[in-house]
Design a protein around this ligand. Structure first.
Ligand code: SF4
Length: 62
């Protein structure tokens, strides 16, 4: 199944932990908010969900 990622932009502070941590560079910070523009590359490690300091990331497989 293809991964889907939801980022709650009300919670996202643009800290960029997801971008640093993701092994396949799924995330970009655009206008101070994280976007999962490379989600097709996701390897479902769940690191982004666990690393987000505000719990803004929901992942279909994590
Ligand atoms: S689950 Fe892992 S590979 Fe997928 S977006 Fe998050 S950090 Fe990147």
């Amino acid at each position: 199944m293809k991964s889907t990622l939801k980022i709650d932009h009300d919670k996202c502070t643009g800290a960029g932990e997801c971008k640093v941590l993701c092994p396949v560079e799924v995330f970009e910070i655009v206008n101070g908010k994280s976007t999962a523009s490379g989600v097709a590359e996701c390897v479902e490690c769940c690191g982004c969900v666990e690393s987000c300091p505000t719990g803004a990331i929901e992942h279909s497989s994590c």
